[in-house]
Design a protein around this ligand. Sequence first.
Ligand SMILES: Cc1ncc(COP(=O)(O)O)c(C=O)c1O
Length: 432
Amino acid sequence: MDKTTIIEEINRYAQENLVHTFDPGKTYIPPAAPQLEASDVKTLSEVLLQFWYTEYKYCRKFEKELERVTGKPHVSLVNSGSSASLVAITAAVRIFDPGHTKKYILTCATGFPTTVSPIIQNGYIPIYVDMNDDLTPNLFSIASAIDFYDSALVGAVFAHTLGFPFDEKKIRELLGPDRFLVSDCCDALGATTSNLPVGSFSDFSTLSFFPSHHIMAAEGGAVMSNTDEHASLVSSISNWGRSCFCRPGESNTCGKRFTWEDRGDLPEGWDHKYIFSEVGYNLKMTEFQGALGYSQIQRLDKFVDARKENYQYLYGELNRSEYHPHIHLIEPSSSFSPFGFPILVTSDVFTAGDLIAWLEGHKVGTRRLFAGNLVRQPGFMNQRYAIVGDLYGSDMLMNQMFWISVSPSLNRSMLNYMIYMIDQFFISRGLV
Ligand SMILES: Cc1ncc(COP(=O)(O)O)c(C=O)c1O
């Protein structure tokens, strides 16, 4: 059998088997589901038969597409969104605080843990600010922290949580030119801030391609940067810390493989391939991930539109005056690119836990707002940290918020079932 026939057979198999049926009350509706199509599987089978599995031409093509959609001049692929955070923050502190004379990095108490872990892993102390109920970090707390910590503050990392963008331009202005801003855009591909793609005002921004995100690469992530110097630092940190910038399979692209000058105390003639200019890791993406990401990004606009449409539909159906004393919803905006549909329980007759248990019991998947308030998490509560204010908002979101799906894989009957089950909850409690 020749290669084309094998690939076409795989494509046919995927078309026949990637079929999802929905049986209300029996089929679980996950809070976030990937949108895998036969064309994705076909692209993966091409890689399989290309017999080269470390980063190669699909990774290059995926990088180019990401440059286009993020508007950033440099994109480096890595193996997860968490690795992207690690690389971005590591690069940022090496540039903005080369002697490690500063102490603090500003972040938000509510969010995903690996946005914050790299602060601790790099030996800095997180200063936690509060989150507002529209899921943006509190600007007033940010301004007062910058004032108070002043020259001990090296920069900030904030996430566009659940695809609801914060005002990057404003935070950039508050930080000034001598402190870095890292934007975690893992939940927010397709969202905008000041009419530009999220990440536009940051020194480094990050993306995740974990299956539940806007596009998936099985696992995967990317770090976006603005300058050649920043991009080569990012690339070195995720490529073992090496000075050599040859891609896998390449050799001597610098033309100075055995005459590279910046080699520390290494002997003359030392191979540039093994000169390590940074303390680094191996966090590279594979060609399979690059190919899947490239295949998925062709449908990004469709995915983002479907997410917005699903959000709008849920909002339209659930934003009812009789529900207002009990739940609070975030109004759709033109700038968001929703990752989920958050519901804040404001009732004094039931809790978020009650509604979550009801929905999960009826096959509607839910998720809490990631780690809730990080200072309550066992892995973080005993680390050194500082807080601004009392983190009342973060505790409130931890206790009262959860989210359900707006995945492009949802169809109208699934959305209607989700709405119906929320209605049934209110009816069962005698609240409508
Ligand atoms: C805001 C945010 N940052 C970072 C990550 C980590 O991404 P990954 O799961 O690819 O490591 C996630 C994961 O969902 C996330 O939601």
